[in-house]
Design a protein around this ligand. Structure first.
Ligand SMILES: Cc1cc2nc3c(=O)[nH]c(=O)nc-3n(C[C@H](O)[C@H](O)[C@H](O)COP(=O)(O)OP(=O)(O)OC[C@H]3O[C@@H](n4cnc5c(N)ncnc54)[C@H](O)[C@@H]3O)c2cc1C
Length: 429
């Protein structure tokens, strides 16, 4: 392998793979290094006994940057939108119809009449609300000031958790949260056949076809610089890859550790507060009950969804259920117990049909809450690291666009564009 590349990408998740594919297509020589034995990062899917288990519940938001990038790179996938009706809300120990439209709002026992009337207006008004003035307002303040009935506040808070994965209402920007709720309600989501590994494989194939060299099981240890510009990436196996530019598509802490000379990266690593979830994922030989397929906790930060109800993830008759407790560090109750209780309640007898069970107590869903302090998306770093020439970033904590995988894909595309527009690199090419 040529040991000097136009670009070295560190991290082989969705962001690194997508950026590498764009750069390779534009004719740049690219190496991507991934410390795990296979690319994928948090979009990996575990295959077991014919079941496909994503790393916790994953839903691909329609109508956002992720779908645009996948289309541009020719990545193919299939899947289906889970139904929005027929879900249940768990509130103070009781299961109620989850309001999703006029009829379910009318019939649910979740809300008293006055709250139903207000919620009807909220459903009608949320789509048109302007998120911009709320950028610096915490979700908790917005919920208190914008909604009258406590039941409505709690239900809107539940929608925020569902769409953003974040239960830290005192920290999260209401503007960013509202925009994400609008995105989710407006376009819906897809559960993917075969899981998110189909995206990883499609992106890997696109990158390889574009000439990208993917090195797995290789950890980057340091980004070397000369004269204020990046020059090489040092690897844990002792190798060194010369680089005209380096793109870090990993966490803020990983980026800061790779380039300790950058005070900008150190500051972002210091400020970033990850969004975490505790996930109990189960594969079942049969689904004890055909309904409900979807349950949301209202007074508790809980989620349950039968992903195999919409996507092909299980062999004939089997089922894959993802459950989650949002922000377990704030939830104040043992996550594994609470999620088991939820499964027992909704799918009694599920233990007799267990084929696979995986509890992950603290997954990083997103590397950084979009904070009210600092103005929402304005607080995120851009794709270009200001104090080290030739160093770029991508990931779900980078750039002004969207949350979760949408942010990873949008920043990957922007970072590739910024690298391609560097004059020095253009001259060298
Ligand atoms: C439980 C859960 C649920 C989620 N649900 C959704 C959802 O419903 N919708 C949605 O859009 N998104 C969801 N996400 C988020 C989505 O999975 C991520 O946004 C996306 O996968 C992040 O991709 P990435 O490439 O930015 O980062 P990562 O996937 O974290 O990739 C970073 C990669 O860098 C590698 N790396 C780190 N340091 C080094 C180093 N020094 N050298 C070499 N390699 C290194 C890591 O091994 C990793 O593979 C969810 C995530 C979780 C965990």
């Amino acid at each position: 392998m040529k040991t000097t590349k136009d670009v070295v990408v560190i991290g082989g998740g969705l962001a690194g793979l997508a950026a590498a594919a764009y750069l390779g297509r534009a004719g740049r020589s690219v190496a991507l290094v991934e410390k795990a034995h296979a690319p994928g990062g948090r979009a990996s899917t575990q295959e077991s006994h014919g079941f496909s288990l994503n790393l916790g519940a994953h839903a691909l938001y329609r109508g956002g940057a992720a779908l645009e990038v996948l289309r541009e790179l020719g990545v193919r996938y299939t899947g289906a939108t889970p139904p929005t009706s027929g879900g249940l809300a768990l509130d103070r120990g009781a299961l109620h119809t989850l309001p999703s439209g006029a009829l379910s709002l009318l019939t649910t026992g979740l809300l008293p009449l006055a709250a139903k009337i207000e919620m009807g207006r909220v459903f009608g008004g949320l789509a048109a609300a302007n998120p911009a003035p709320l950028a610096s307002v915490p979700v908790s303040t917005w919920l208190r000031d914008a909604f009258r009935a406590p039941e409505v506040r709690r239900l809107v808070g539940t929608l925020v958790r569902l769409s953003t994965y974040c239960a830290d209402d005192d920290r999260q920007s209401a503007g960013a949260a509202l925009a994400q709720v609008q995105h989710a309600l407006g376009h819906g989501v897809l559960y993917l056949d075969g899981g998110w590994k189909t995206l990883v494989e499609g992106l890997r194939d696109a990158a390889v076809a574009a000439g990208v060299e993917i090195l797995t099981g290789v950890r980057a240890t340091q980004i070397a610089a000369e004269g204020g510009a990046v020059s090489a990436v040092e690897l844990a196996n002792g190798d060194r890859l010369g680089a005209g530019a380096v793109l870090v598509a990993a966490s803020p802490r990983a980026a800061a550790a790779l380039a300790p000379a950058s005070t900008a990266l150190a500051a972002h690593a210091e400020r970033a507060v990850p969004i975490r979830a505790a996930c109990l994922d189960v594969a079942l030989s049969r689904l004890p009950r055909p309904r409900p397929l979807f349950v949301l906790g209202v007074d508790r930060p809980l989620y349950l969804s039968v992903h195999s109800g919409a996507a092909r993830l299980a062999p004939g008759g089997g089922a894959v259920i993802h459950t989650a407790q949002y922000s377990p560090e704030l939830a104040g109750r043992d996550a594994e117990r609470e999620l088991e209780d939820l499964l027992d309640r909704v799918q009694p007898g599920y233990r007799d049909a267990l084929v696979e069970r995986r509890f992950l107590p603290s997954l990083v869903v997103s590397n950084a809450v979009v904070p009210a302090e600092g103005g929402g998306y304005a607080a995120r770093p851009g794709v270009r690291v200001p104090d080290l020439d030739g160093l770029f970033l991508a990931g779900d904590w980078v750039g002004p666009t969207g949350m979760l995988a949408d942010a990873s894909f949008a920043s990957a595309r922007d970072a590739a564009g910024a690298i391609l527009s560097r004059r020095a690199l253009d001259r060298a090419a």
